[in-house]
Design a protein around this ligand. Structure first.
Ligand code: G4P
Length: 551
């Protein structure tokens, strides 16, 4: 994306330019469990990408955002936007878009939905902890789309688990075989560097005294040359020789087709905090990760290099700041070129909309963009017409297959103290569900819409406060014992005979689709066994959802 600060001057024919711009884009998300080092790694990628000059600023901004409960303030350096939703920078003529997947207390369905806008994912794991629950959840969502997944094992500077053990965990627990691109080198228990399997260079680890505030390049020596003796003890060399042999015999070979099909994960070891292994990772990742390619629509696939502009909305963010009442819809450009001020059709409503102020990633300091290409994310001013999953296009009417709902993990019963306010409550809930802030369910057979589900507790706080401020409704929320939702799919579904077991609830989602709310995993397994002709899905069925989006 170019900003209005730097208008592009390019006389290349449009089709050629489009294909060049698309081909150089890499749009990905980092998935991890809190504390694995996502902020640190993101910051280091920005540092090596020249987008920031001193690490530490992203973290400071995040802290500020939490403190003010406001949108992250946009900061621009050298024409690069750093926002809470996407960060863009250039590296070696590649245009890199990193999508932020909110974690910690911001963890929500948005985190899952963001993955719908990515072309690949980087799975970041803590060397001492391995695959943690949140990483696994996000991994499963990536798998639904067969996204290519790259693994970065972080915090190698600390005592961690055996790297072979971590590889095995990926394969056995996640069902994802890994192919190490580099391999850690140990001297006894101490981590001393990594061995790059393709170049056979050993990169020496040195703890960075300034906590990696500035970019550094590691000392290297080629394996098998006399220089190695100067950097690795005989003990470290012996172990490395053994490991190399083991990997060559036992590991999966690097097969880019399998990587791109999401069946094999290239694995890297390093320490984001110490800037160790970050640059080689970035270079290798950019080489292997896919450029924007195809997206499925109801009418068939669209190709990123199609001349018509198209994209879909994957996130709608209401402004929490009282002085900005509007909402921003985040659109992933899937094909063609977006130009500021263009008219695009919204097939769901059968109408055209002028996309005037494609600003904007962020609140107070908004900057407008002039153009964007497939792979980019743009923020559109939303006067209240957009819904999650909406398609915008300037070509033939198509509809992207939409984004499913994901199983909430927390459920509350919701009511209002004043019965006269019930209509207001339903209006507010419906609006907030459309934004994707929460999901609404009704006990099967009623249309009470009095169960709300969310992925993180913060969403309930936000819900309560927004109902109060925007709809003047004082909502009372009481916890329900469920922790999982499963969408029931199958011709033979009959609510009278459906076997769901104790402690669960048969309900409908907002689109009228049958769901079961369970209080544990065991209940899901039991019910799956007892209803062999039905499927219990952890996400809403897409076709149904897309159909409903059009309604
Ligand atoms: P998150 O966004 O995934 O939640 O993680 P974040 O980057 O905030 O990192 C979590 C903690 O892990 C931070 O420590 C960070 O400094 C540390 N960390 C990140 N990468 C590495 C690494 O390669 N090695 C080691 N040893 N630590 C790493 P903190 O004490 O919580 O914060 P801070 O005081 O360092 O900022």
């Amino acid at each position: 994306m170019t900003t209005s600060v730097e208008p592009s001057v390019d006389n290349t024919p449009p089709a050629k330019r489009l294909s060049k711009e698309v081909g150089r884009r890499r749009t990905f998300a980092i998935i991890s469990h809190p504390d694995a080092g996502k902020t640190t790694l993101t910051e280091k990628l920005l540092l090596y990408g020249g987008a920031i000059h001193l690490a530490g600023s992203v973290k400071a901004r995040r802290a500020a955002r939490h403190a003010t409960s406001d949108w992250m303030e946009m900061e621009k350096q050298r024409g690069i936007s750093v926002t809470s939703s996407v960060m863009q920078f250039e590296y070696d003529d590649r245009c890199v878009n990193i999508l932020d997947t909110p974690g910690h207390q911001d963890f929500s369905e948005d985190t899952y939905r963001t993955l719908a806008a990515a072309d690949s994912a980087v799975m970041l794991i803590d060397a001492a902890k391995g695959v943690e629950p949140q990483t696994e959840k996000l991994f499963r969502v990536c798998k639904l789309r067969n996204l290519p997944i790259f693994t970065f094992v972080n915090k190698m500077d600390r005592q961690g688990r055996d790297p072979l053990d971590l590889m095995e965990e990926l394969e056995n627990h996640l069902g994802m075989p890994a192919c190490p691109i580099n391999w850690p080198v140990f001297d006894g228990p101490t981590f001393v560097g990594v061995f790059d399997r393709a170049s056979e260079d050993v990169h020496v680890f040195e703890a960075d005294k300034q906590h990696g505030a500035t970019a550094i390049t590691a000392r290297t020596a080629k394996w098998g040359t006399p220089e190695i003796d100067a950097i690795l003890s005989p003990r470290a060399q012996e172990r490395l020789a053994h490991d190399i042999e083991l990997l060559d015999i036992a590991g999966d070979a690097l097969d880019l087709d399998r990587v791109l099909a999401g069946e094999l994960s290239p694995m890297f070891f390093g320490s984001a905090l110490n800037n160790f292994g970050v640059q080689p990772f970035l270079e290798s990742f950019l080489e292997m990760a896919p450029a924007p390619s195809r997206y499925a629509t109801e009418e068939g696939d669209v190709s990123a290099t199609d001349a018509s502009f198209s994209g879909f909305i994957f996130k709608i963010q209401a402004n929490m700041d009282a002085s900005h009442r509007d909402r921003i819809a985040f659109l992933r450009v899937c094909s063609g070129r977006f130009v500021k001020g263009m008219d695009a059709r919204l097939p769901r409503l059968g109408k055209s909309i002028r996309l005037k102020n494609p600003s904007a990633f962020m609140a107070r300091e908004r900057s407008t963009i002039d153009e964007a290409f497939a792979g980019d994310i743009i923020g559109l001013y939303d006067p209240g017409v957009f819904r999650i999953g909406d398609t915008l296009t300037d070509g033939a009417d198509i509809r992207f297959k939409g984004i499913p709902h994901f199983s909430p993990e927390l459920f509350r019963h919701i009511r209002v103290g004043d019965p006269l306010k019930r209509k207001q409550l339903l209006k507010g809930l419906s609006q907030l569900a459309e934004e994707g802030a929460i999901q609404i369910f009704s006990d099967y057979g009623t249309d009470a819409s009095d169960i709300v589900g969310a992925v993180g507790t913060l969403q309930f706080d936000v819900l309560k406060s927004r109902l109060e401020i925007e709809y003047r409704v004082d909502a009372i929320l009481t916890p329900l014992p469920y922790v999982l939702c499963r969408w029931v799919v199958g011709e033979s579904f009959d609510p009278r005979t459906f076997n769901r077991g104790q402690g669960s609830l048969l309900a409908r989602d907002r689109d009228g689709h049958p769901v079961v709310l369970f209080s544990n995993e065991w209940g899901v397994r039991w019910s799956t066994e007892k209803n062999p002709k039905l499927e219990l899905l952890p996400v809403s069925p897409l076709a149904e959802h897309a159909g409903n989006l059009s309604g």
